[in-house]
Design a protein around this ligand. Structure first.
Ligand SMILES: Cc1cc2nc3c(=O)[nH]c(=O)nc-3n(C[C@H](O)[C@H](O)[C@H](O)COP(=O)(O)OP(=O)(O)OC[C@H]3O[C@@H](n4cnc5c(N)ncnc54)[C@H](O)[C@@H]3O)c2cc1C
Length: 311
């Protein structure tokens, strides 16, 4: 990476640009080495300029929200990290005169959207109260919980292509899958969601219930990334006897508490690996490797990662 060239980026954007910035502070795992440059765009225009710069200079880039679904390597990321947060977190209610339609900036935290929409008497994303990422990351990952996910409510997505062009994509044209939007190398800068009217009291009660459930059943306030593994699926009628979710399989193997360095299979929920303090990405990967090997040995299932590894 040519650091002199990289410094030119600073003159092109109005948001903050930090160099050799450790990424640990920007992930819920609190793990990860430095990014060559970390840009906090102040506007969509900043995202456009950063991607144009990256294309011209042949620099790798990566979009980041609240870093709640990533494991960044100890060596960091030798490229530009575009971190969407404040500056791209506006909300426009009542789009096109319809009170149930909101346009939300990609940098808004999903739990905030869940709370605000519930308070406004709109159902559709309120059960995502325990998904501690941004709306941009949520759309990109098709994040979901308790029967709701972004694919069900997204009417359109505003994004910036890798060449810097801005596009609007219809929700119906997105190749949604379980925890994936298939959007690829693009930066989501906003989304328009269509919600359904409901009683705010019921919704706010739901929000409390689902949040309490998260807090009691998962290591919600610990340093982690949510579910590490995807739940395996089987063709209909071929489901095996015994445990079928990743968490139950890992639990059945007595692996809660299994530890390498500072990384440990959560004692609260076996599909979470927590950083108990000072864990490295290498520690977490070693736990992942061990768990995968044991599940494969015992159940013949190859667990796939839900967390994204970044290096
Ligand atoms: C305690 C805990 C509980 C969780 N529970 C759930 C759950 O119930 N359901 C669930 O689905 N997830 C859950 N997660 C995982 C995570 O919160 C979600 O996947 C979330 O949507 C990720 O958002 P983020 O902003 O943190 O994305 P990041 O972790 O920052 O990024 C995740 C991926 O999205 C990409 N990305 C991020 N922002 C953008 C953008 N604006 N444009 C393009 N690409 C982008 C990144 O490049 C990366 O590939 C949980 C995590 C934690 C820590």
């Amino acid at each position: 990476m040519n650091s002199t060239a990289l410094h030119e980026l600073q003159s092109r954007v109005s948001g903050e640009v930090l160099f050799e910035e450790p990424l640990a502070a920007y992930t819920t795992y609190r793990i990860g080495g430095p990014a060559a440059a970390l840009v906090t765009p102040a506007s969509t225009e900043d995202v456009v300029r950063t991607l144009e710069f990256a294309a011209e200079s042949g620099t790798r880039w990566l979009a980041l929200g609240l870093g709640s679904n990533v494991l960044v390597s100890d060596a960091g990321f030798d490229g530009i990290v575009i971190r969407l947060g404040k500056g791209l977190d506006d909300v426009t209610r009542g789009v096109g005169g319809d009170e149930t339609v909101w346009t939300v900036g990609a940098g808004m935290p999903t739990p905030m959207l869940a709370r605000r929409t519930a308070k406004a008497g709109l159902a559709g994303v309120h059960r995502l109260i325990g998904v501690p990422g941004t709306v941009g990351g949520g759309v990109f990952m098709n994040a979901g919980a308790h029967g709701q996910d972004f694919s069900q409510v997204v009417r359109s997505v505003e994004l910036v292509e890798a060449d810097g062009s801005v596009k609007q994509v219809d929700g119906g044209d997105i190749a949604w899958q379980y925890r994936s939007s298939g959007l690829g190398a693009r930066v989501v800068v906003g989304a328009t969601v269509a919600l359904s009217p409901a009683d705010p009291k019921d919704l706010e009660r739901d929000v409390r219930t689902y949040l309490d459930r998260r807090k009691s059943g998962t290591p919600f306030n610990e340093r982690c990334c949510g579910s590490v593994f995807r739940n395996p699926t089987w063709p209909e009628g071929e489901e095996p006897e015994g445990p079928r979710t990743a968490g139950r399989m890992i639990d059945a193997l007595g692996l809660k508490g299994y530890r390498v360095g500072g990384a440990e299979v959560s004692r609260k929920h076996a599909n979470y690996i927590v950083n108990t303090g000072g864990a490295t990405a290498r520690d977490v990967l070693s736990v992942i490797e061990h768990v995968r090997g044991r599940v494969q040995e015992e159940f013949g299932v190859e667990l796939q990662l839900e967390v994204e590894t970044i290096d």
